[in-house]
Design a protein around this ligand. Structure first.
Ligand code: PEP
Length: 253
């Protein structure tokens, strides 16, 4: 059975004091063995959060594909591993848009994360124009083909996929359950075509985009939605705890 995962992407928010306080709150949540919880704090606080977290896994929001070298301002997957990081976000739409990260670069990042034993959370999703002109399925399929589907089945099974329609991120305009389920089912079918049904059934595919306590239950209950990658609602322990509870509820019911 595939894992249910609820993950918080804190982006470039919070002071160090606030981050440590939030991390302590998240670590106190009642997290059953049925669910995996990850947080992705700003890199500067990631080691603090790792030291606090006993039940929650901690990841980086980005990393460079090269191990070491003259890349001012960057941090590598190799360095993440030594710092005890569990995971890394790859292909978040903000990295694609503001830092011009393309499918070829994301492929290198994925390879590097896997080579160093860091679990990649690979984000895909279409902008509004692509949703409106109805080419969103082929757009997302192409993202996966160009960055992910070169992996062997053994490598692929370590990857978490996150479908994050760009028009839903931080906008309050959440995808409907029908829209989310259509895309998640399509992603699972492409994974099945590439790696076989058994691998497809084991793949965790998270939804991200204005997911919050009022819509999480419906989204997480969709057959092919295996939890969420949460931005804004992960910055408040009370909201995040509801999302973790909703994720757990969908497994137990
Ligand atoms: C995100 O940035 O990954 C995200 C899903 O953000 P939000 O939940 O704020 O839309």
């Amino acid at each position: 059975m595939r894992s249910k995962i609820v993950a918080g992407n804190w982006k470039m928010n919070l002071s160090q004091t606030e981050a440590k306080a939030l991390c302590k709150e998240v670590n106190k949540l009642n997290i059953g063995s049925e669910i995996e919880v990850y947080i992705f704090p700003p890199m500067l606080y990631a080691s603090d959060c790792k030291a606090i977290s006993t039940r929650v896994k901690v990841g980086a929001q980005n990393a460079h594909p090269k191990d070491q070298g003259a890349f001012t301002g960057e941090v590598s997957m190799w360095q993440l591993k030594e710092a005890g990081m569990d995971a890394v976000l790859i292909g978040h739409s903000e990295r694609r848009e503001y830092f011009q990260e393309d499918n070829a670069l994301l492929k290198q990042k994925l390879d590097s994360a896997l080579a160093h034993g860091i679990r990649p959370f690979f984000c895909c999703g279409e902008p509004l124009g692509i949703r409106q002109d109805n080419s969103f399925l082929s757009y997302v399929k192409n993202q996966l083909e160009e960055s992910v589907f070169h992996l062997s089945a053994a490598e692929f099974e370590k990857v978490v996929l996150a479908y994050e329609p760009i028009w839903a991120i931080g906008t309050g305009q959440t995808a409907s359950t029908e829209q989310a389920e259509e895309m998640h089912a399509a992603i699972r079918s492409w994974v099945g075509e590439k790696y076989g049904k058994e691998t497809a059934e084991k793949t965790s595919i998270l939804y991200g985009g204005s997911c919050n306590p009022s819509n999480a239950q419906a989204l997480f209950a969709c057959e092919n939605v295996d939890g969420g990658l949460i931005g804004g609602a992960s910055l408040k322990a009370a909201d995040f705890s509801v999302l973790v509870a909703e994720g757990t509820w969908t497994i137990l019911n």
